[in-house]
Design a binder for this molecule. Structure first.
Ligand SMILES: [Zn+2]
Length: 108
């Protein structure tokens, strides 16, 4: 069993979490026409990175979405960060560090 960190609730059993997808996928601009191929790319294609990966997860207990960075080889969690501020403006329960990747991406 693994333990993941919800930015709002702290350390929790992995069974309380749901994988919501890879972080960083850019949704097609729907202000204009979007081809089937563009939608398929957005919905279906995954980088499936080996090693360091940024993913969106949901903590089912509190219902919050957050970005978790983990090593897909070792399954080691490198950090997690909330996608929104907690009520009262705090960042999260553990003050988890940045999950910025080497390219400086900070947002999903
Ligand atoms: Zn939570």
């Amino acid at each position: 069993m693994q333990v993941y960190t919800c930015p709002f609730c702290g350390l929790r059993d992995e069974r309380e979490f749901f994988f919501a997808g890879e972080a960083g996928a850019a949704r097609p601009d729907t202000t204009g026409p979007v081809s089937d191929a563009e939608w398929a790319e957005y919905v279906r294609m995954r980088r499936n990175a080996l090693g360091r990966a940024r993913e969106v997860w949901m903590h089912l207990t509190c219902g919050e979405l957050f970005v978790m960075e983990r090593d897909t080889l070792s399954a080691r969690v490198l950090g997690s960060v909330a996608l929104r501020r907690a009520p009262g403006g705090r960042e999260g329960a553990d003050g988890a560090g940045s999950v910025d990747g080497p390219d400086g991406e900070g947002a999903p």
